[in-house]
Design a protein around this ligand. Structure first.
Ligand SMILES: *Cc1c(COP(=O)(O)O)cnc(C)c1O
Length: 355
């Protein structure tokens, strides 16, 4: 168990009495959530509420035609006791893109950021203490509440943000995982793979359950068009390291990779802070054996190291091995998490303090 040093300051003394290092990744009902409803062509003022339940019509659009999109970000306590979020402007923007693609009314970006601020501030006691490894997961979600029977976009929606504390993603250090090349597809070419919609996850559940039954931690999806190029896993983008220490980031010619904020931040950190060579380009499965490290990146784990890929029984083993994160991933991970936790200077605009 991690020993938590109690810092001075009023609200810190009223933190929830949780075993922060061991809370895992599951939903806990925090005190407050933010809700705004869209009706008669406009979003209402929005409010904080204690009610974690939602009552909707049996005919609500979300239940039939899956008009839903979501976001995921985290709030952290920094070493000096501030509460911050990481690049929430990019989540706001991405949710607008998701909403537009699903014919939902976008929630304005400035209001999204204000709502994140409000809901995190209202749940300050749920922000895990610095050093515990735990964080406050922030989940914005938007869905059709209006009635639809014929296939068309609904005319009423709800935007909601709730929070839940989540434990350290890696207990006892980041152990490399084994992943498989999936025979299922995640996203159709020019479909919805580049937006953060629940519908992309519904059809990935069978694939992930199957992969777990076979003993793999994750699925690597190839491009659905040619099944030649690496795309991503069910919920994380992929990055590779070359023999000479460069970063290679798969790109999709069919627009079917989700634009991960973690991945975009890693690219910036690699290029601008660590002075690494970075290539963003389509990556063939056939060239993967030439790489020495592989990682999965997303908000939940930041970087999760991959030790091996199983391609239909044939193993691709990375030089970084099965014991530890490789040295380049480690450097990227330490730099990015340092920026997030306030121990490494952040690029302009990346850290958004909650007052
Ligand atoms: C959310 C998500 C990611 C990771 O994005 P981040 O912004 O880094 O959290 C990657 N792939 C998919 C499919 C996702 O839904």
């Amino acid at each position: 168990m991690i020993h938590i040093h109690v810092l001075e300051g009023d609200w810190k003394m009223s933190k929830k009495n949780l075993d922060w290092a061991n809370i895992g990744f599951s939903y806990m009902v925090a005190d407050k959530r933010y809700v705004s409803n869209y009706k008669d062509g406009k979003w209402d003022d929005g409010t904080l509420t204690e009610n974690s339940m939602i009552t909707i019509s049996e005919d609500a659009g979300v239940l039939h035609y899956a008009q839903e999109c979501f976001e995921g970000l985290k709030a952290y306590e920094t070493e000096d006791g501030r509460i911050v979020t990481f690049r929430p402007d990019l989540n706001a923007k991405r949710m607008v893109d998701s909403a537009n693609r699903l014919e939902m009314p976008p929630f304005p970006e400035d209001r999204f950021i204000k709502a994140v601020e409000e809901v995190v501030a209202a749940n300050k006691d749920w922000v895990p203490p610095y050093g515990s490894g735990a964080t406050l997961y922030v989940r914005p979600v938007m869905f059709a509440t209006g009635n639809v029977i014929g296939v068309k976009p609904a005319d009423e929606y709800q935007f909601r943000i709730f929070v839940t504390p989540v434990g350290p993603y890696f207990k006892g250090g980041a152990k490399p995982i084994v992943v498989k090349i999936s025979d299922f597809d995640r996203a159709a070419p020019h479909g919805t793979g580049n937006i953060k919609a629940g519908l992309n996850y519904a059809m990935s559940l069978h694939a992930i359950v199957t992969a777990h039954e076979e003993g793999f931690a994750e699925n690597v999806y190839l491009d659905a068009e040619s099944r030649t190029y690496i795309e991503e896993t069910g919920g994380a983008n992929i990055i590779f390291v070359t023999k000479d220490g460069g970063l290679v980031v798969p790109q999709s010619h069919t627009d079917s990779i989700l634009p991960s904020i973690t991945r975009r931040s890693i690219v910036y950190v690699a290029r601008e802070i660590l002075g690494m060579k970075v290539e963003e380009r389509p990556v063939k499965l056939s060239e993967v054996p030439e790489f020495v490290e592989m990682g999965l990146c997303g908000t939940a784990a930041v970087i999760s190291p991959v030790g091996k890929i199983n391609d239909h029984g044939k193993e691709i083993c990375f030089a970084s091995g099965m014991d530890d994160m490789g040295p380049v991933m480690k450097k990227l991970y330490d730099t990015l998490t340092g920026i997030q936790m306030g121990t490494v200077p952040a690029p302009e605009g990346w850290i958004h303090e909650i007052k």
